[in-house]
Design a protein around this ligand. Structure first.
Ligand code: ACM
Ligand code: ZN
Length: 758
């Protein structure tokens, strides 16, 4: 019976549809990778006879699909077709509310889920089986073949987030919607909206008009990088804010895409703009300006009753606008300088029986938590909220590595993982010199992709407190939406797979091939993604004194051409087939080509075959696992690190540790100098040491003093002509970061580059 019906339906659909065959369906290249996907034989053809059948339970997801088809093409769906249907079906057996099944066969597409949200994610997968031209309404044909397949899919983490700082730079309502749209496409369910900063307050609060008139605007903005000296400013007033009407519109837009917006109202730190508007909220009562420089500022809220009244009023308006259970209250980088000198603060410490200013911060956060809990909301805070004791119900967002997450999870608090090393998309993503100016650091796509969210230190029970992870986009150096897109994409695409896909399904090579395909969709969506897929990566290989250089590129079916004479590689330059012997110091230039043209940028590496290259090296401590570069050998591989990106393969990072490095030259050798350099990015807590010691064989140690510098790079050159086999270098850590500087009170990082022995 069933077979016969199917036959009639097939026949009818053949007669009804166009006489021409549709173009072949596209192969599934879905991002994030689904849990299980199986391709079946026949395609589904969507055309003017297709009907979308959905009950009100699936209103959002089915409306999204209808709009996608009608905005994407001239195809007009039928209200009642009787055959060739896309059906939304409720399946209560699907336990995860975000999970779905998608079955595509010749005559029907069935989307099953227990919720509209699960069905929405099925639609996002289905969407990626449509030609990219649907994204901008340029699909020309009147039918489209959709690959026959079946998918069963569910997320690995409930919290899948992306952040945006609008305090340092602000973006239009349309851009915020575009951002949310892209997140939804990637099945990211949370938008963490960082709304208040030292440099600008961006949310309308009706009860406090000076937040709009004063706190929302700064007089000028820093030009160039913070570490460029002297600081120069553009002299132009900058600012604005989102009205409550804007926010309602954005929240509703996000709800239609199952994106929860978590607003962040920073306290007690990063609040100089609010204090500029209402000086009585600070400890000194003195008038300050909205900040024009980046960094950490000493103007923090004073924990007095009128401050709490102000914050509760602000939060009342915030929770009326945002339905999210979570409200992010910041809590990071709040210097205690003013609190130490403030009579009201010291009185509060006494009257509440607190030990110190850290416990005062904890008191501050707990009071705000209490208030928000009384309104049915929960708080998230950056990991500094651990200091002085966690508020009873707080969720911790771990950014200074994952230590805070481990500590909080062991205290049975929920955590969200966003370490600078893997989640800060404001860091550079390529070593190319022409990248847009960024804060520093180096976080390439593969490092994001290979991020393992669960910290190793947690046992099975503790792991349950890990809600998920997110990417962060801080915008000190992101002035335009084009640059915001460039920094976020494709790293957020990698992050979507980190938080959604099963660990055992993840494969970087496969991801890259899907991403190359996904570029077409991003082009159609007019998203200004960074494309570093057509670049060359190099690696020096040394064994038994033979030194070779290996080149590779990420995508398939491409050719690498290279030169060794400093000239630009062209289509007729040497083709790379196997690792290149390097008998002398040289510069390799290489680029990726297809059969017709150069695709990516020219890669250039200068190899300096100094006396330590290819010899043995040991370091008394392992580099930090987030900054282990290419290991100890990377310090004597003939290649220096980037001048601006301390997280690349060549730099090694150590956190708070003294280290001892021993280089064995294999035999007594004549040398004239030992050189190295340290990174000195104080904004990232990285400090060059103040001195080091060098020991040649069994001789007395010699101390090399390193002068204090504001420069980002500090060179150390020790000249001595001698015969030596073992060179020992002892490098003490800078120590604790002094008051008044970013990261004060924390251990400093040491970052060391190539050790050049001439
Ligand atoms: C942060 O990056 N200050 C959370
Ligand atoms: Zn005070």
């Amino acid at each position: 019976m069933r077979t016969k019906n199917l036959l009639i339906v097939s026949l009818l659909s053949f007669l009804f549809s166009c006489t021409e065959k549709p173009k072949p369906s596209i192969l599934p290249q879905i991002i994030p990778e689904p849990t299980v996907i199986e391709v079946v034989a026949s395609d589904f053809v969507l055309n003017d006879n297709t009907e979308i059948k959905a009950s009100d339970d699936f209103k959002v997801s089915s409306d999204f699909l209808k709009a996608y088809v009608s905005n994407g093409s001239a195809i007009r769906l039928k209200d009642h077709s009787g055959f060739n249907t896309i059906s939304f079906e409720k399946d209560e057996k699907i336990l995860n509310s975000e999970a779905y099944k998608l079955n595509i066969s010749e005559n029907e597409i069935i989307i099953s889920a227990s919720t509209d949200q699960g069905a929405f994610y099925a639609v996002q997968s289905l969407r990626q089986l449509f030609p990219a031209s649907f994204e901008n309404g340029t699909f020309q044909e009147n039918q489209v073949a959709i690959k026959g397949l079946s998918i069963e899919d569910e997320p690995q983490f409930n919290y899948r987030g992306m952040h945006l700082d609008v305090g340092r730079h602000m973006f239009s309502v349309d851009f915020i919607k575009k951002y949310i749209d892209a997140l939804a496409m990637l099945k990211i369910n949370t938008f963490h909206w960082h709304l208040t900063e030292d440099q600008g307050w961006r949310i309308e609060i009706k009860k406090y008009p000076k937040l709009q008139d004063i706190a929302a605007f700064r007089n000028e903005t820093l030009i160039g990088h913070y570490s460029d000296q002297p600081h120069q400013f553009d002299g132009k007033k900058y600012g604005g804010y989102y009205t409550q009407e804007d926010i309602k519109e954005i929240v509703a837009y996000a709800q239609d895409r199952f994106v929860t917006i978590i607003p962040e109202i920073e306290l007690p730190g990063h609040s100089q703009a609010a204090i500029a508007a209402y000086p009585e909220l600070g400890c000194t009562g003195e008038k300050v300006e909205v900040a024009t420089l980046w960094g950490v500022f000493e103007e923090v809220y004073c924990p007095k009753e009128e401050t709490f009244k102000f914050l509760e009023d602000v939060l009342d308006e915030v929770i009326a606008l945002f339905p999210s259970t979570y409200i992010h209250i910041g809590g990071d980088e709040a210097p205690k300088t003013h609190w130490k000198a403030c009579e009201a603060c010291q009185k509060r410490i006494k009257s509440e029986g607190l030990k110190d200013e850290h416990e005062l911060q904890s008191y501050f956060i707990s009071r705000i938590e209490n208030y928000l809990n009384s309104k049915g909301r929960q708080i998230i805070g950056w990991d500094e909220i651990l200091e002085g004791g966690l508020a009873p119900n707080a969720t911790v967002m771990s950014w200074r590595g994952t230590k805070g997450a481990v500590e909080a999870a062991k205290q049975k608090h929920n955590v969200i993982i966003t370490p600078t090393s893997h989640s800060y998309f404001n860091y550079y993503q390529s070593t190319n010199a022409d990248e847009p100016l960024a804060i520093g650091g180096f976080l390439p796509l593969d490092k994001v992709y290979n991020f393992n969210v669960i910290p190793k230190e947690l046992n099975k029970d503790e792991q349950k407190f890990v809600l998920g992870a997110q990417g962060n986009l801080w915008t000190e150096y992101i002035k335009t939406s084009e640059i915001a897109e460039y920094m976020a994409f494709p790293r957020v695409i990698a992050m979507s797979e980190v938080v959604w896909s099963k660990q055992e399904n993840k494969n970087y090579e496969d991801f890259v091939s899907r991403l190359e395909w996904f570029h077409k969709r991003l082009d159609s969506l007019n998203i200004n993604y960074a494309n570093h897929l057509y670049e060359v990566e190099g690696e020096l290989i040394s064994n038994n004194k033979s030194i070779h250089y290996k080149l590779q590129t990420l995508t398939k079916d491409k050719v690498i051409h290279y030169t060794l004479d400093g000239s630009e590689p062209e289509l007729d330059s040497e083709i790379y087939n196997e690792s290149i012997p390097i008998p002398t110091s040289t510069t390799i230039k290489a680029a990726v080509f297809n059969t017709k043209e150069k695709l990516g940028k020219t890669f250039s590496e200068t190899i300096n075959l100094h006396k330590a290259v290819g010899q043995n090296i040991t370091i008394s401590k392992e580099p930090h696992r987030a900054y282990s570069g290419s290991g100890a050998r990377g310090l004597i591989n003939g290649i220096s690190g980037s001048n601006t990106r301390f997280g690349d393969k060549e730099w090694l990072g150590f956190w708070g540790e003294d280290i001892e490095i021993v280089i064995d030259l294999g035999e007594e050798s004549e040398i004239n100098s030992v050189e190295t350099r340290f990174y000195n990015g104080k904004g990232q807590w990285i400090f060059a040491p103040e001195k080091l010691e060098i020991v040649f064989d069994d001789n007395e140690p010699e101390t090399v003093l390193i002068s204090k510098s504001k420069d980002l790079l500090v060179d150390v050159i020790f000249e001595k002509s001698t015969q030596v086999r073992f060179i020992k270098i002892r490098i003490p850590n800078y120590g604790t970061i002094p008051d008044g500087l970013q990261g004060a009170g924390n251990k400093a990082w040491t970052f060391i580059d190539e050790i050049i022995v001439n």
